[in-house]
Design a protein around this ligand. Structure first.
Ligand code: GSH
Length: 234
C-alpha cells in the first residue's frame, strides 16, 4: 500500500477536531483513497515533514508533502484524476469558495466563540498555553468571558444558519442531489464544534440535523460512530 498519511489536530484523548482536516478526510473518502491518520498537537505542527507547515491538515502522499485543505483538494483532483473529481468545474470551485467564506463569517466564528473554552479544556496540556494566547488575541476576550457569553451567541448562530436550511429544503445536500466539497466543509465545522460543545448547538427539531445525519453516514458511515454531544449525537 502506498504511504499516505494525514496529519490532523487531536485532543488529549485523540479526538480529531480540526474542521479543516475533517473536510480533507471527506475528500479522501470520496475519492476512495485509504490513508493512515496521525494525530498531532498545535505545538508539534512545525515538526511535521519538511518543517515548513504552520497549520494542519498536512497530507503526505509518498514523497509529496501538501499543506492547506484547498491545496490538498486540488492536488487530489490532479494526482488522482481517474477517481471522481472533487471540483467538476471552475464555476463549482468558485461557488464553494464563496460558501466557505459565508460559513466562516456567519457560522464558524460563532461556533468558535461558543466552544472556545470547551476546546481548550480538551486539548493536550502542552497545547493549552499556545491556544489560550493566540485565541484570546483573536477573540479580544478571555476564553472564560467568551464561555459566559455563549448563551447569547447560540440564538445568533441558529439564525445565521437559515440560508443553509432553506437550501436543504430543496435538495438533500448543499451540493445538490449528491454532496460536494461545500458539504464537506460544513460537516467538518459541525463535527469539530459538535465534538466539544457543552451546550446544544442546534434545537433538537432543527431540520439541519437530518443533513448532519446524512453527511455522517456518507462513505460507509464516516462519522456515525463519533461522539457529538453538541449535536445530541453519539
Ligand atoms: N487554510 C488552512 C487553515 C487550516 C487551519 O487553520 N488549521 C488549524 C487547525 S483547525 C491550525 O492548524 N492552526 C494552527 C495554529 O493555530 O497555530 C486550511 O485550509 O487547511
Amino acid at each position: 500500500m502506498p504511504i499516505r498519511r494525514l496529519f490532523e489536530l487531536v485532543t488529549e484523548d485523540d479526538c480529531p477536531i480540526s474542521p479543516y482536516a475533517w473536510r480533507t478526510r471527506y475528500a479522501l473518502a470520496y475519492k476512495e483513497l485509504p490513508y493512515e491518520r496521525i494525530g498531532t498537537g498545535f505545538t508539534e505542527i512545525e515538526s511535521i515533514g519538511p518543517g515548513t507547515f504552520k497549520s494542519v491538515p498536512v497530507l503526505q502522499d509518498e514523497d509529496r508533502w501538501i499543506g492547506d485543505s484547498w491545496t490538498i483538494a486540488a492536488y487530489l483532483d490532479e494526482r488522482y484524476s481517474d477517481a471522481p473529481r472533487i471540483f467538476s468545474s471552475s464555476a463549482e470551485y468558485s461557488a464553494v469558495r464563496f460558501f466557505e467564506k459565508w460559513l466562516l463569517v456567519e457560522v464558524v466564528s460563532r461556533l468558535f466563540r461558543i466552544c472556545a473554552l470547551d476546546i481548550y479544556a480538551r486539548l493536550r496540556p502542552a497545547d493549552r498555553p499556545y491556544f489560550r494566547q493566540t485565541r484570546e488575541a483573536r477573540l479580544r476576550h478571555s476564553l472564560e468571558d467568551a464561555h459566559q457569553q455563549r448563551h447569547d451567541y447560540t440564538p445568533r448562530l441558529r439564525e445565521a444558519l437559515q440560508p443553509m436550511r432553506l437550501s436543504l429544503r430543496e435538495r438533500p445536500f448543499v451540493g445538490g442531489e449528491t454532496p460536494n466539497y461545500a458539504d464537506f466543509i460544513a460537516i467538518g465545522a459541525f463535527i469539530w464544534a459538535g465534538s466539544v460543545a457543552s451546550l446544544p448547538l442546534l434545537e433538537q427539531d432543527d431540520p439541519l440535523l437530518s443533513w448532519v445525519d446524512r453527511s455522517l453516514g456518507l462513505y460507509g458511515g464516516i462519522g456515525t460512530s463519533l461522539e457529538l454531544p453538541g449535536l445530541g449525537r453519539g
